[in-house]
Design a binder for this molecule. Structure first.
Ligand code: 1CP
Length: 357
């Protein structure tokens, strides 16, 4: 028994609150996903990705799959960030092996002005229903993370109609009609707020906001169109009686770590292009940090992977407030056995963190 009252059931939440833990907690973005054969089988059975998301039973089943195999310290709700735009009527579909597509991308100011805030216990009820079911299934073993896309990232998909490398439509809207984009971001900010509050009320024990496309903006545009709404959310979300922690992951926005650490989030997700030691200095202890191993390290030999884990842990250094994760999602062609190597290395080496000083 460790002298610190933390184990798999609570070391993730303790680390988010910067409290001491027995070893470094780890979960992995996209831990339920295509690298697992059992995920591919369930998805096949569901018929489509959205059927999988819309069925609380199947969403619960795939949420549990990585936890049945590996000693991960948190579960993440199986869903997608694009449920909100789907509920707004944009007609979401996922073709096998391709990214998301909207049948009705937002291309007119009129279409933007007609959008309403979806009711999380109405057309999105399958999401809080899944949260309730997963909490029952987890039965206190590890905490459950709920999540949403950020307003800016959702707007990118809605205006572009799917994945993009150029961001031509959304940036044209940003420069030609900034007020229309602000109107869109405002309705999305309200939607994300009530959506995350519904997940918290249903039992989510931490929530994460994925600002996957924050990094494509120039600094002034980032502050105006991404950061401002992340701050609004961090400050206005009703976190419930347990004061549920909020994690913000603004990918590629490392130039804004100082500002991000002051918006009222409890933790920041960090990608692998900045060192955790540096990120820790620049965020001044105001937030916990989650990350940040290069996801490609999962292709390296087990011994090299362990070395990379050791380097990430040493870079963070001593003291609480670190949650181990990859710097972005695990990729579909990774050998699942590498997850075991990763999780075991983090727990084993994380126990020796006090020796790093
Ligand atoms: O295990 C988990 O992490 C939980 C499930 C989860 C999460 C948190 C999924 C399942 N998606 C997400 C978030 C998500 N979805 C993000 C934010 C994180 C990130 O930056 O990756 C984004 C941008 C999306 C949009 C999306 N959904 C994409 C990316 C499209 C692009 O721009 O290239 C894709 C491929 C999806 C589909 C999807 N979502 C989740 C899975 C497992 C999949 C693959 C679907 C399949 O089975 O084919």
């Amino acid at each position: 028994m460790s002298p610190i009252d933390s184990g798999r059931h609570n070391r993730f939440l303790r680390a988010l609150r910067q409290q001491p833990v027995d070893t470094t907690p780890i979960w992995v973005m996209r831990q339920a996903g295509r690298y697992l054969p059992e995920y591919r089988a369930t998805r096949q059975r569901a018929g489509s990705f959205m059927n999988l998301c819309r069925s609380p039973e199947l969403a619960c089943e795939v949420t549990m799959q990585p936890l049945d195999r590996f000693e991960l310290d948190a579960a993440i709700l199986f869903s997608d960030i694009l449920t909100i735009p789907d509920a707004m009527g944009l007609g979401l579909s996922f073709a096998e092996g391709e990214g998301p597509r909207f049948a009705y991308p937002l291309r007119t100011l009129d279409a933007i002005s007609r959008l309403g805030v979806p009711d999380p216990e109405g057309e999105l009820k399958y999401v809080p229903d899944a949260v309730r079911l997963i909490r029952r299934e987890l039965d206190g073993s590890v905490p459950l993370i709920g999540f949403s896309g950020s307003p800016w990232t959702l707007a990118c998909y809605m205006v572009e109609g799917g994945p993009t490398e150029k961001f031509a439509h959304i940036k044209k809207l940003m420069w030609d009609h900034p007020q229309a984009l602000h109107q869109l971001l405002e309705v999305l900010t309200q939607s994300v707020q009530v959506y995350l509050e519904a997940q918290i009320a249903a039992g989510a024990q931490a929530v994460m906001i994925f600002d996957s496309w924050g990094g494509v903006l120039a600094p002034g545009d980032y502050r105006e169109f991404s950061l401002a709404n992340l701050a609004k959310l961090a400050q206005s979300i009703n976190r419930g009686p347990d004061n549920v922690p909020i994690i913000v992951f603004s990918r590629g926005a490392n130039g804004h770590l100082e500002a991000l650490s002051q918006i009222g989030a409890d933790a920041l997700g960090v990608d692998w292009t900045v060192g955790l030691g540096e990120a820790r200095k620049r965020t001044g202890g105001r937030v916990a940090l989650q990350g940040n191993l290069d996801p490609a390290a999962m292709y390296a030999a087990p011994e090299s992977l362990r070395q990379q884990v050791d380097m990430v842990l040493r870079d963070y250094g001593t003291g609480p407030g670190h949650i181990f994760n990859l710097g972005h999602g695990i990729t579909p062609d990774v050998n699942p056995e590498q997850m075991r190597v990763l999780v075991d290395a983090v727990h084993e080496l994380g126990r020796r963190r006090d020796l790093f000083a």
